[in-house]
Design a protein around this ligand. Sequence first.
Ligand code: ZN
Length: 876
Amino acid sequence: MRHAKPSTIYLKDYRVPDYLVDNTHLHFELKPKATLVKSRLKIRRNPAAGEGLPPLFLDGVDLILLSIAIDGALLSPEHYEKMPQRILVAVDKPEFFLDIQTCINPEDNTTLEGLYLSNGMYCTQCEAEGFRRITFYPDRPDIMSKFTTTIVAPKEYPVLLSNGNEISRGPCEGDHHYVTWEDPFAKPAYLFALVAGNLQHLEDCFITASGRKVKLQLFTEEKNINKGDHALRSLKNAMRWDEAVYGREYDLDIFMIVAVDHFNMGAMENKGLNIFNSACVLASPETATDATFQRIESIVGHEYFHNWSGNRVTCRDWFQLSLKEGFTVFRDAEFSADMNSRAVKRIEDVSLLRTNQFAEDAGPMAHPVRPDSYMEISNFYTLTVYEKGAEVVRMIHTLLGPRGFRKGSDLYFERHDGCAVTCEDFVRAMEDANQVDLVQFRRWYSQAGTPQLTVTDYFDETLGTYVLTVRQSCPPTPGQREKSPFHIPLKLGLLDKNGNELVLDGQGTTQCILEVTEAEQSFEFTELSEKPLPSLLRDFSAPVKIDYPYSIDQLLFLMSNDSDIFNRWDASQRLAFLALSDLQQAYRTGGVLQLQPELIAAYRSVLLNRDLEPALVAELLQLPSEQSIAEASVHIDAEAIVAAREFALQTLAEALFSEFRAQYTALKVRKSFSLSAKDIAERKLKNTCLLYLCATETADALALAQEQFDTANNMTDKAAALSVLINHAGDKQVNAAIEQFYQCWKEDAQVVELWFGQQSRSSRRGNLSAVEKLIQHPAFDLKNPNRVRAVIGGFAKGNFSQFHRSDGSGFEFLAEQVITLDKLNPQIAAQQVIPITRWKRYTGDLARKMKIALKKIMDSGDLSGDLYEVVSKSLN
Ligand code: ZN
């Protein structure tokens, strides 16, 4: 049993800090098991905090305290009190220097927070609360301090990096050397970083709009040095884009990126020294898929954009996390949309939101974009804070228009530069710059749950008026039973029977934004000669579920006529959902499974339509994933979902075999690799065809996959072929492909992870035993989050059919892994357990078995605070 339940922290308890830290001087002597950290803090009573000299709180976790002194005088133990994760120091003057020496153990640090070793290289991760694992410090983001950092290390670590500019270097006694860095910008401790290792680097430069020259460097182990070009190119594009779109320039003379193999998240925006998970920065055409290239571009952009939205203007407290994350995700999404296909980017983001964020909103960990309480802040780096937070910023953009939004962001950066602020400050800047009222809009920050819109309509033929009635509601979430109406921008157009857009205002406007603010509200359109077909929630203008009684014919019509590309795709998804829901129903009642001929015909015409862009064709042909079907169901019947989707896929594959085959052949031309949007789209369409073809498991189709596997000149095609072989070929062919691939790529960490992931996601019956073998594979390592995410996450989050086997073996397996993992890396354990925490939505036995697995974790002994929070909330 655990010793003490972690306590809950509340937003309403926020108080300004008692003391401020103007300067932070750090001195590191790096040793794997005993790194010495000396810190000298210039501390001052916070004038905003009141009278008197209260004790000073310093956070500290897993530290050995060697000494502590005020203005040079060593403190004896009666001057400070040691508590479990902090010390309390008695203070008798309003300003002083505090010197602290601690000893830490990077080598045994498997949490990957604070200072740790990854493949022999020292690196740090301080967000959110990792700095307290380096030294005693008031570790909260509203304390902003100017840092200087000296790193002393043996010369086998030639590269010694920290934030800001290098100001001196030289030899030390023995075979050691040192480098000192100074960061001229005050920052919270969570943006501190240190890297030391034997690294190579790529170098480039960027001239800012005002003509300053910035040195760009990307550091990695020597073997990966050929995989950094794409990230550097993306960085330059991001720097240019932020100048053009937001008027934001970079502010230091150097910008560094470091790739590390062991990392809990995607990347980290430390000032001037971004640290990246290798998987989110390293790529070459031979080793990375198109999706990886695009992910890298967006994450490089994301971390770079944080320099303004996060670093120059930071968060007052961790409840405000979406202030920087929601805004920065919105910025990176727009950047990606401008660099690639805007429609495809939107489709991908909305799919992610609907499948995974909606599930979060409907689960035991549901929380508002700005949570009002937490036990472990690491559990709140969620799709709600990031992706829904970005949708909230996007809605402001939609309501104000691009120019109004830019006025708001300019005011926000100007007002709050150098400060730690709140979501409220962001919204207020938007209001003040535009003289608008966003009072009701603020509920998007405080109310959890996915709003549901129900739309009905009525046409009066004699008057020519069309009335849309919108009702909104939002389901209860933990701690919030009743919700008040949201302010929802509902973008729409109206189509006539020929598919033309109707003019809505006598001035040629064919699209409008209805501002829905009430629980029930009607909107009238006049002077129409026929009943229109509404194209609702264009471009997904709000993160809501929307229901309108579309007939199949109307959806087919929208799918081929809507001018809004997003809604054409959305119509295809609605159609598929309708069909899949009928199939599930038939499966459950023992009826005959059947796909309507109209649906097959629609897919055929998409496939044969030469006027459609390949990118859109590829998107229209995607059947909703099992996970997204599950999310859209009130009660999740996993077996019926798997059966229905499998049937739909098979039926389409067989009915359209020759069309898929012809399209595949047409796109199969051999050409040199490029990352142009057109080539990416064509590869995606080609591989979608291959997937359908191989779903038939005919020798003919599998031979195509094998040929593609053998001859592909890029990883997108190679991996797509491997995946369909793994899922559909016979054992002998599969084993040969798996083995051959591994032998070819076993030295490449990113490709090995892709290889692990494909195997654990295989829908072959009984795949759990294959996953259990992967856990035993010499390349698997529970201490490496990427391997864990590939194998354990690949299975629990990416293998719907096998994970949800009715015997519950998948859940038991996950519980065991999570228990072991929690001892090594609590953050990763808490991330991995999520799939079984949503047990309440499953039907019958599966729910019961998930709950048993959760209880087993709960009763397994001393849980970390991270895992405890997630498991206990889900058992409530
Ligand atoms: Zn971020």
